[in-house]
Design a protein around this ligand. Structure first.
Ligand code: T3D
Length: 269
């Protein structure tokens, strides 16, 4: 399936979604939000999809909100100020659902950050389970430069990924962080040579696709949830999740395959 603003391709059990507005560094207008939400929903519904890669076309991953479509315009000739956009409504319609859907997908999600990732574009990538980036890519919490705070889950994610001191400095200064530096700080998993990015991302997603999907997704949910719990509550929550997973085919298959010294065939999703 091809949409003007989003390219969709399947590589085996891996669905690759490519943001496709390269002239504006894949900044998001309403069409691209709708296309991405629909594609995420499609991937969630299709049992043959066992992992997802999110990347961008051209030299950028995403520059966040398309500022030409942000609803801000100049005063008219008489100096009358036009109405300002309702940002709360925009966030609730666009960025919150996108971030939420990525974090709740029933399959693992790999971001392949091919170039600059700015504003909510950066934070969409950081919502993915594993973030790979091209060595030449960069991350910018651009919000402060236009009088905003990090959104698309940025206020929750950034301190958890890199700690409060670095999170505040990145968000307040809006400084560009290179991919190697992002890796060093723990903002992302790894950066790789530019030419190798897509091969590495698809190979990683293919590996994840062959693994027990439910366990991977429950790992994401349990870790995110555990951040809100004390140790005892987290240990108890682990027991409940293991209790559920223990009734699944993939657990029995994994143990049987180990004991039989054969490769497991996982199929739960
Ligand atoms: O407003 C709301 O709805 C609230 C929601 C907010 C969520 C957010 O994401 S807020 C943050 C929005 N994003 C930004 O502020 C980033 C703006 N872009 C930049 O700062 C720079 O473009 C970059 C640092 C990302 C890259 O710089 P550079 O020098 O590599 O590229 P460039 O020349 O600035 O951009 C290339 C083209 O993309 C250029 O168009 P042109 O001149 O070739 O026709 C530029 O205008 C366009 N572009 C880049 N970012 C955006 C954009 N067009 C629209 N919206 C953008 N966000």
């Amino acid at each position: 399936m091809t949409d003007l603003t989003l390219l969709v391709e399947d590589v085996g059990a891996v669905r690759v979604l490519r943001l496709n507005r390269p002239a504006s560094l894949n900044s998001f207008n309403a069409d691209m939000v709708s296309a991405l939400l629909a594609a995420l929903e499609g991937a969630a519904q299709e049992a043959s999809v066992r992992a997802l890669v999110l990347t961008g076309a051209g030299r950028g991953f995403s520059a966040g909100q398309d500022l030409t479509a942000a609803g801000v315009s100049d005063p008219d000739d008489s100096g009358t100020e036009p109405p300002v956009p309702d940002l709360q409504a925009i966030i609730e319609r666009m960025w919150a659902p996108l971030a939420r859907r990525i974090r709740s997908l029933p399959v693992p999600v790999v971001a392949a950050v091919n170039g600059v990732a700015a504003g909510a574009g950066a934070n969409l990538a950081l919502n993915c389970d594993i973030v790979l980036a091209a060595r030449s890519a960069s991350f910018i919490q651009a919000f402060s430069k236009i009088g905003l705070i990090p959104d698309a889950g940025g206020t929750w994610l950034l301190p958890r990924l890199v700690g409060r001191a670095r999170a505040l400095a990145l968000a307040m200064t809006g400084e560009k962080l290179s991919a190697p530096e992002a890796e060093r700080l723990g903002l992302i998993w790894r950066c790789v040579d530019d030419v190798a990015l897509m091969d590495e991302a698809v190979a990683l997603a293919t590996r994840l696709a062959a693994m027990p999907t439910q366990a991977l997704v429950e790992t994401r949910l349990a870790m995110d949830h555990a951040l809100l719990l004390d140790n005892e509550a987290a240990v108890q929550a682990e027991a409940r999740v293991q209790g559920r997973l223990g009734h699944q085919h993939d657990f029995v298959e994994g143990v049987r395959a180990f004991l039989a010294k054969r490769a497991p065939v996982f199929k739960d999703r």
